[in-house]
Ligand binder design. Sequence first.
Ligand code: AMO
Length: 466
Amino acid sequence: GREWTKVSSVTEDRINQSVLVRGRVHRTCEFGKKFAFLTVRKGGYTVQCVVRVADGVSAQMFKYATGISKESVVDIEGTVQFPPPDKPLTGASQQVEILVRKIHCISRAAPRLSITFEDASRSESEFQNLEPGKQVVRVNLDTLLNNIVLAMRTPAKQATFRFKGQVKNLFGQLLLSKGFCEIDTPKIIAGTSEGGAAVFKFEYHKRPACLAQSPQLHKQMAICGDFQRVFVVGPVFRAEESDTHMHLCEYTGLDVEMEIYESYSEVMDIVDSLFVEMFDKLNEICQKELEAIGKQHPFQPLKYLRKTLRLTFEEGVQMLKEAGVKVDPLGDLNKESERKLGKLVLEKYGTEFYILHRYPLAVRPFYTMPCYDNEAYSNSFDVFMRGEEIISGSQRVHEPELLEARAKECGIELKTLSKYIDAFRFGAPPHGGFGAGLERIVMLFCGLNNIREASLFPRDPRRLEP
Ligand code: AMO
């Protein structure tokens, strides 16, 4: 085969050498009928290519080269050289240029694209510092998502999804190092796993079935089967009616379940060490990605403590009360109070990542263990990042009679839960766990303002394509 050079490797080291590169046409710039620049982009790097009638390039080839539409995939053969002092580089990342000998368009992009690379990668500051009279296109989120394949090519999008992959990997790696076993749980299940109406129903071989709202039931059954510590990474389906900046109908769940010995604080200890280690590592290995994201959407690095702050729900309510916010002490916090509490916690404790625990029982799912000392509360917690929920967790009820009674109280049909409840009739160790949403973690860590920015192909109540 022929020898290929990456655009990133077209450097001074290759001066006077012949190279063969493949990339996309990023920009073309013609000067008369005999001289043109064609910038080629690949993997975040761009190199300037000079097409000149002469040097073995015919007028016909010149016409062919300058007629290639932006975003087309091209192969270019030529010699690496320093740009002449009177014709310096026009903004390419590589400091040398290629004098083109041959060019071949492998795949042509449509001449008019719905969004351009420049429009999709424009930073916030460009809008703020616009020269008077200058107009630039602001691509809205819907247009971006409708044309996601084009948008994906921009540095911020590339960085976001490389970062997301790292979060998912680190979650697994760190849990494996803590003795957890990765398991898979079915996404087709008989009924609801969380209660509530947010479930997609369909027919499964002539029987009613649901898309799993969580791996809750099966991760708990794995604990009854003595796996001791498990985790599940996979899609989770929510028939959310709410079309908000932080809800998707399909997202990636990061779920943990583990035996506990004394109290649910053992689960919070895992949350604490797992996430602090993960954030440290992300800041260390994803510097480039975070920088690229920040260039387009500026954000402040997440503030978190070495040991994660834990507040009880009652303490949280008290802080809100003192700040003049009315909240029901035995109800749930609404999004606004959660955000307000996030601000208060940041002011008082200097962290944007904290755990709120001992929630009122009435606002938690049926499988949540009530507090032993006060049944109005539960051994449960939520974790917040920049004022928004990213994790829910709890100790679970492991006595079948109580579990049945709680499910009934919560208005859940027992029929579809019978195999799950049976698992607790064979002896079940005390246990607990939590579930986190991958897209929310990415969105909040990177200061993005919509969860759809953290999903390549988001599903929401209006969106089923692409
Ligand atoms: P919960 O329903 O709170 O708990 O979900 C856990 C975490 O999943 C994320 N999340 C979502 N992300 C995007 N779009 C949504 N519609 C959405 N809904 C939830 C959030 C949330 O904190 N079985 C329990 C977890 C457990 O106790 O182990 C559960 O599913 O980040």
